[in-house]
Design a protein around this ligand. Structure first.
Ligand SMILES: NC(=O)c1ccc[n+]([C@@H]2O[C@H](COP(=O)([O-])OP(=O)(O)OC[C@H]3O[C@@H](n4cnc5c(N)ncnc54)[C@H](O)[C@@H]3O)[C@@H](O)[C@H]2O)c1
Length: 361
């Protein structure tokens, strides 16, 4: 029998979750949004039968739901995920996992108590390039990755002013939290080592400058709050001796938007990169995936050709959730990995505010 899925949040990301759940063979049974009209419109567009404005109501009226995805502003990820897990549902939650590591720990405990799957939408792990690179990494062709550099940098990419993205209470932070994908991807390639120390700095230049607004995002809120960073730079040392440097920005004097992880392994180096022509517009981007090796006394650059994938693995990631619930695939991420990532995010803010390196236990 097909897995029955409900979706909470009828915003920009819904189309990818819906596409992925259906690609995995699931039935989308309900859409719920505090903005019930938005849920109704999405349900009509997608041919979904049930519409709700309240999550408790959905859980009560549809006890047959097996799984629910959470696609709301970040502030609601933890309370909704815990509510759903306690109701015995598998949960697929958008990134960031939550506002901070303490919240992720609560979600992990709730998943363990319920014996249900809890996964996060780290969709970049599901890109064709990531599958290709992981084939080499798993085969031992790269060797231990000593060092990696993770970047998601924009020049003019603030996703609206005064809305939930720029309000720390609702978002947890700016690009450090919104663009955490490449840090996650580097951890994935590096074998999810345990972080030991973080040294980082955040900046808030341009964060209220309308000239730095991106071509996508949510509507501006005139009297809303804008109290997050516009850019951050950091360095992590792991207990294994591996190291990671990272740069994230919505607004910073970069040439153009770049989304990349570069790594140096004991046997080979490599890179996954999306380089944009116009900030935020995926259709203008060029993807590259490469391995760097020494062969027959020469330096050789291998260009790995993968199928085009404009959605950056979003549909495939949601499909992996359904197939994990059904026991057909291994999960692309775990609550432990999300917790470790959020400890790095917390330490980034702590290091920036104290001016000191932060130790992670
Ligand atoms: N994986 C990715 O590539 C990616 C890209 C963009 C956004 N996201 C994440 O997706 C999430 C949502 O982003 P979005 O761009 O779709 O936002 P959005 O603002 O377009 O949509 C959010 C929706 O959630 C609804 N909502 C708010 N609070 C709710 C609640 N308590 N219960 C039910 N519904 C509620 C809102 O009415 C709105 O319709 C965020 O966590 C964001 O970080 C992920």
């Amino acid at each position: 029998m097909a897995t029955k899925v409900g979706i909470i949040g009828a915003g920009g990301m819904l189309q990818y979750h819906a596409g992925g759940f259906r690609a995995g063979g699931a039935d989308i049974v309900a859409i719920c949004d505090v903005n019930e009209a938005a849920a109704g419109k999405a349900a009509a567009d997608l041919g979904v039968d049930n519409v709700f404005g309240d999550v408790g109501d959905m859980l009560q009226k549809l006890p047959e739901l097996d799984a629910v995805s959470v696609i709301t502003p970040n502030r609601f990820h933890k309370p909704l995920a815990v509510q759903l897990l306690e109701a015995g549902k598998h949960v697929f939650c958008e990134k960031p996992p939550a506002l901070n590591a303490a919240e992720v720990a609560e979600m992990k405990t709730a998943a363990e108590a319920a014996g249900k799957v809890l996964m996060f939408d780290f969709n970049n792990r599901a890109r064709p390039e990531s599958y290709a690179l992981m084939d080499y990494i798993k085969a031992g062709d790269v060797g231990t990755i000593n060092s990696a550099q993770a970047k998601w940098i924009r020049r003019t990419g603030i996703p609206g002013f005064g809305g939930w993205f720029t309000n720390k209470e609702l978002s947890g932070g700016g690009p450090v939290i919104d663009l955490l994908h490449m840090i996650d991807l580097a951890l994935f390639y590096m074998g999810n080592p345990e972080p030991q120390h973080v040294l980082a700095q955040t900046f808030n230049d341009f964060i209220e400058n309308k000239a730095f607004k991106g071509p996508w995002g949510i509507p501006d809120v005139a009297d809303g709050v804008t109290d997050v960073e516009s850019a951050a730079h950091g360095f992590v040392r792991f207990k294994t001796g591996q190291v990671l440097s990272y740069q994230v920005s919505w607004a910073e004097m970069n040439k153009r938007e770049e989304v990349s992880v570069t790594f140096q392994g004991k046997k080979a180096g490599g890179m996954i990169r999306r380089l944009f022509n116009v900030d935020g517009l995926d259709e203008t981007a060029v993807d590259d995936c490469e391995l760097y090796v020494q062969e027959n006394g020469r330096s050789v650059n291998r260009s790995i050709i993968t199928e085009p994938n404009e959605d950056m693995g979003r549909i495939r990631a949601a499909q992996n959730f359904v197939l994990t619930v059904e026991g057909e695939e291994e999960p692309l991420n775990t609550p432990d990995q999300a917790l470790s990532l959020m400890k790095i995010i917390d330490a980034t803010y702590e290091s920036a505010s104290t001016g000191q390196p932060v130790s992670i236990s």
